[in-house]
Design a protein around this ligand. Structure first.
Ligand code: DIG
Ligand code: MN
Ligand code: MN
Length: 398
């Protein structure tokens, strides 16, 4: 395929990243083993660089086997850093695997066994040291095992308290190291646990405000995880952005009502992906998201290694095409006119509601607001959405 404007180009500011575990996923699932070879990290870096990615993210155990000696760890890291140097890839985010080993079978930071919580905190500190060594600025925490199958196991308030203690311990430790790391908490409603605590981005946003160093902590919303319970990723991300708490993002695709599919970005709910990209790119007027566009997804189990790179390129191309369409949509004069029409009272009346005053109260009371007249008007959203759909369907080539 000849190169075109939708091919990712880090030198033009594209900051697409993938986890080692995404393009390195060998296709195993609960019902079948791997279908393609497990590529070495160095080979994954070469493939990502060739595909046009900006960076790579990793769990500690994506690179360092669980239980490796310090010497083995240093040797592996040295080889990985050489490959980073030769490919030019960055490592914006690192994370800790607090879910694979059996020690976490009943949770990590929410385990009823304080020894397990202490072990998880120690593992997270070691993973952060690795991340800092590789240049990471954001540490994601996904609590895949923080949950329950039977709520006889513990009062959820104990789980919340224990998780808060672990995050407060770790943010204080980071401050002691003099690092400017930021934590990004990733929600998911279930899988692998029957129910996972802090199930959505909304739950996380409240939990963060109860932390000792809340200013260091934001969220890492994932499309599939918000969609699984039937929630809008666009609304969750917008609330995070409005609170200045969108510290990272996991982009992928998901069919409603399924297990966590982690599909290629935009390959399912294309309209939701369009409005999400519109938010992130800031084409509607708010500031854009400035972090990496991270794809936490993997290729279909049907694919071979070549198909994995088709998957990676597809994620980035779809994002760029949608960014281009969102920009054109928000520049469309009819779109702007319909949005202006619906906000026509903003100047005169909206201002009165911005802050309470006795003058404002008097003015509000005096307004001539006839509900029958206010009710008797359409919003032209059918036309507005049709325009969005037509941009999505490739009309309105500028
Ligand atoms: C799953 O969605 C989680 C883990 O892959 C990882 O901890 C995190 C990184 O974005 N997402
Ligand atoms: Mn997922
Ligand atoms: Mn994720």
């Amino acid at each position: 395929m000849s190169p075109d404007r939708y091919d990712p180009d880090p030198s033009c500011g594209d900051r697409f990243t993938f986890g080692l575990w995404t393009v390195g996923n060998p296709g195993a699932d609960p019902f079948g083993g791997p279908v393609r070879p497990r590529l070495e990290p160095e080979a994954l870096l070469e493939g990502l660089a060739a595909a046009g990615a900006y960076g790579v993210n990793l769990h500690d155990n994506d690179l360092i086997p669980f239980g490796a000696t310090a010497g083995e760890r240093d040797r592996i890291v040295a080889g990985f850093r050489k490959a980073l140097e030769s490919t030019g890839l960055k490592v914006p985010m690192a994370t800790t695997n607090l879910f694979s080993h059996a020690v976490f079978r009943d949770g990590a930071f929410s385990s009823s066994d304080a020894q397990v919580r202490a072990f998880a905190v120690r593992k997270a500190m070691a993973a952060m040291e690795l991340g800092v060594e590789l240049g990471a600025e954001t540490i994601v925490f996904w609590g895949g095992r923080e949950g329950s199958e039977t709520d006889a196991c513990r009062d959820p308030r104990d789980a919340i308290r224990w998780m808060r203690e672990c995050f407060d311990f770790l943010t204080s430790w980071v401050q002691d190291q003099g690092w400017s790391l930021r934590f990004a908490l990733e929600a998911k409603p279930n899988e692998p646990r029957g129910d996972i605590y802090l199930a959505t981005t909304g739950h996380m946003l409240h939990f963060i405000e109860t932390l000792e160093h809340a200013e260091m902590v934001g969220v890492n919303p994932e499309v599939a995880h918000e969609n699984m319970p039937g929630l809008s990723m666009v609304h969750g991300v917008a609330q995070a952005m409005e609170a200045d708490k969108l510290f990272h993002i996991d982009l992928n695709g998901q069919k409603i009502g399924r297990y966590d599919q982690d599909l290629r970005f935009g390959s399912e709910d294309l309209k939701g992906a369009f409005f999400l990209v519109r938010l992130l790119e800031g084409t509607g007027g708010y500031p854009a998201y400035s972090g990496p566009r991270h794809f936490d997804a993997h290729a279909y189990r049907t694919e071979d290694v070549a198909g994995v790179w088709d998957f990676a390129k597809g994620c980035m191309r779809t994002y760029k095409i949608l960014a281009h369409r969102a920009k054109a949509f928000d520049l469309n004069s009819e779109v702007q006119e319909i949005l202006r029409f619906n906000r026509r009272a903003e100047k005169e009346v909206g201002e009165l509601l911005k802050s309470y005053s006795s003058a404002g109260l008097e003015a509000i009371q005096k307004l001539d607001l006839d509900p029958e007249i206010l009710a008797d008007r359409g919003h032209r959203y059918e036309r507005l959405d049709q325009l969005a759909m037509e941009y999505l369907m490739g009309l309105h080539h500028e």
